[in-house]
Ligand binder design. Structure first.
Ligand code: HEC
Length: 145
């Protein structure tokens, strides 16, 4: 049986190690984003023009596809199930409905770079527009006010 003090120290060390490795993963992700293919063949194709409103809102196929696309491409920063661990904003708080669509699509297409530092990589060219709106359709199912 470990003494309480030793146990507390062991736990603290484990937490620090986990935080550091998450930060290293983030730094790596900034420079080297591996595109994750998202199969959107179950969805009606959107075509070339960028939309400002989600054509797949409440679409069951889109929600299922978006759930998995989020896990593969976004969760490492925004958290599993979109529950933020503090590295990036909690996307459950994005405004729901048409109101939040334009902001969402701009962010995911272009990412966020400030003073030369990439906070979030752009996904245009990596994810299709179909995959992006599918993610948005799923995000709205976990929305909190
Ligand atoms: C490398 C980490 C990283 C990845 C991967 C990432 N993001 Fe982000 N994202 C961020 C950070 C950090 C911010 C906050 C940027 C800032 O300071 O404005 C952000 C901001 C956002 C915002 C704006 C939120 C707000 O309230 O300002 C949206 C929307 C968003 N991300 C969606 C996504 C989606 C969808 C994906 C997956 C396709 C994704 N992000 C992948 C790090 C990431």
């Amino acid at each position: 049986m470990m003494k309480k003090e030793t146990l507390t120290r062991a736990l603290r060390t484990a937490v620090i190690a986990a935080t550091l490795s998450a930060a290293a993963g983030l730094a790596h992700a900034h420079g080297d984003v591996t595109p994750q293919a998202v199969d959107t063949s179950a969805l009606k194709p959107i075509g070339g023009d960028w939309l400002e409103k989600n054509p797949y809102r409440k679409n069951g196929d889109a929600i299922r596809i978006g759930d998995s696309a989020f896990s593969q491409n976004c969760a490492r920063c925004h958290g599993i199930g979109a529950v933020s661990g503090g590295i990036a904003p909690d996307l459950r708080n994005l405004p729901a409905g048409d109101e939040g669509d334009e902001f969402f699509i701009a962010r995911i297409r272009h990412g966020v770079t400030r003073n030369g530092a990439v906070y979030m990589p752009p996904f245009e060219g990596t994810l299709t527009q179909e995959a992006m709106w599918a993610i948005r359709a799923w995000l709205e199912t976990v929305h909190v006010d």
